[in-house]
Design a protein around this ligand. Structure first.
Ligand code: BES
Ligand code: MN
Ligand code: ZN
Length: 488
């Protein structure tokens, strides 16, 4: 597992600055007013800070970005980072500034002069999240980044505030690691083992094995896994920190999606190691909730399968019976995520009595066509819950955009032979996938479907992540739990 960079909080010690090694970061508001720390660095560097803040480059700089001075005269530091940041930054600005520092620092030690700047914990969160690197599968895994030292006015308060942010960062990191792992390392068995290890944090973890899934009548989910040598599993994680019925989070955990007999083309197929992204986010949120001892009841359920073509694989045209009892004609074995989710979602409603249910899945390529890598698709039967989620995602800087549901879309799923088909044709592929899922949502169950195919992993860096797995959704869902499901 990837370890977070160590961050410690200390009182401001200006006299130590000349001798500080690694990088030293200083914050300056747009107008360039210097804090005592900035003045000290300016003096040590013989006026370099003043020259920067008077430059055109400084004027053009966006908030949260920085100009770096390499090997400044009069200091032992290898660089001084001058970050444009108001004394009272917004959450997103503080996180961005932390991310900019992490990106520039790589593994070098950083000393951040926060002084009176507020939202120090968000700055530190940006720093640890952007500093993530998945190096575990290298023969020579690179060393841990050197610690970061934050010098601020109230270090004890900052350290306490960072405890919550650190729980969030641990959850996001857990998700990123799971999403980054290839399927030969993280098969269904290994995935379940990593979730079982969460017991150490006080989560209740239960694994349903294949025979149990068969006994429950989960023909839809089992059909997907039947071509693979790996056993299909459902893992249930319960965090009992509050009162009443839980919020259920359900994740698609296809450890690898070849498409099955409806085989995907070879080009880019390796990306389907991330097809367990929904399950990865559910696991990350559960880890965060446990680490910060959330005062809420939340249950996470993930359906773990591998979608392979083989002599035992399901065929196009097969008709399977779901746990709910509805029959499904499998037109395309590559539309497997919904077949997994429908049984896990039904199980969640029958056995966990949730008051609301949110499922996450890398479900359709169509959502990437619609929303790119900027926003996840949000589909819901409940405006209040959907709006609460959209607000939470916005507050955490995670893109989310609502798409409609409707009967006409649902009609695209009509089958001649069975109760429904598993695909609705090319038009509105993300919506028809959600319509399929909605058939497995009980009448008055508030429900959100999040299609994260475009946001779970990206080819370019994002605000708080290097390229690769993002952990999208852990922060938004943790925020939703904090704002809507937690007792005071
Ligand atoms: N796992 C894929 C969706 C996906 C595509 C995720 C690209 C991440 C990036 C899903 O199982 C799938 O194959 N969906 C099909 C559905 C189609 C057959 C109706 C798709 O989107 O092409
Ligand atoms: Mn597929
Ligand atoms: Zn898939």
């Amino acid at each position: 597992m990837t370890e977070l960079r160590n961050v410690s909080f200390q009182a401001v010690e200006l006299d130590a600055l000349a001798e500080t090694e690694g990088r030293v970061a200083v914050f300056l508001p747009a107008e360039g007013t210097m804090s005592p720390g900035a003045r000290r660095v300016n003096r040590l560097s013989k006026g370099a800070v003043a020259r920067v803040v008077e430059s055109d480059a400084w004027e053009k700089l966006a908030v949260g970005q920085m100009i770096s001075l390499g090997y400044p005269a009069g200091m032992k530091a290898s660089a001084v980072d001058l970050v444009k940041l108001p004394r009272r930054p917004q959450v997103s600005e503080a996180r961005k500034a932390g991310a900019a520092l992490a990106k520039a620092a790589g593994k070098t030690a950083v000393t951040v002069l926060c002084e009176n700047t507020t939202r120090v914990e968000d700055l530190a969160l940006g720093l640890v999240l952007r500093g993530y690197a998945f190096t575990q599968r290298k023969s020579d895994p690179s060393e841990m980044p050197a610690p970061a030292t934050v010098m601020c006015k109230a270090p004890d308060e900052a350290a306490t505030a960072f405890e919550v942010a650190r729980a969030v960062a641990e959850g996001v990191t857990f998700t990123r690691d799971l999403v980054s792992e290839p399927a030969n390392v993280l098969g269904t068995v290994e995935f379940a083992d990593r979730l079982l290890a969460l017991k150490d944090l006080g989560l209740e973890v239960e694994v349903l094995e294949e025979d149990k899934l068969a006994e429950l009548g989960m023909g839809a989910m089992l059909g997907v896994g039947q071509g693979s040598a790996m056993p299909s599993k459902i893992v249930i994680m319960r965090w009992k920190g509050g009162e009443g019925d839980p919020l259920a989070l359900v994740g698609k955990g296809v450890v690898f999606d070849t498409g099955g007999i409806s085989l995907k083309p070879a080009g880019g197929m390796e990306d389907m190691t991330m097809d367990m992204g929904g399950a990865g986010v559910v696991a990350g949120v559960m880890k965060t909730l446990a680490m910060r001892k959330a005062k809420a009841n939340v249950v996470g359920l993930v359906g773990l399968v591998e979608n392979m073509p083989s002599s035992t694989a399901q065929r196009p045209g097969d008709i399977v019976t779901s746990m709910k009892g509805d029959t499904i004609e499998v037109i395309n074995t590559d539309a497997e995520g919904r077949l997994v989710l429908c049984d896990v979602m039904w199980y969640a409603q029958e056995h966990e009595k949730p008051k609301a249910m949110i499922d996450l899945a890398t479900l359709t390529g169509a959502v990437i066509i619609a929303l790119g890598h900027e926003n996840a698709g949000v589909l819901s039967n409940n405006d209040a819950l959907a709006n609460q989620f959209l607000r939470a995602a916005d507050a955490e800087g995670e893109g989310a955009w609502r798409l409609p549901l409707g009967k006409a879309y649902d009609d695209q799923l009509k089958s001649l032979k069975a109760d429904m088909k598993n695909v609705g044709g090319r038009p509105a592929g993300t919506i028809t996938a959600a319509q399929f899922l909605q058939r497995f949502v009980k009448e008055d169950m508030p429900w959100i479907h999040l299609d994260i195919a475009g946001v779970a992993q990206t080819t370019g860096e994002t605000a708080l992540a290097p390229k690769g797995a993002t952990g999208w959704g852990v922060m938004a869902l943790d925020r939703l739990v904090r704002d809507q499901f937690e007792a005071e």
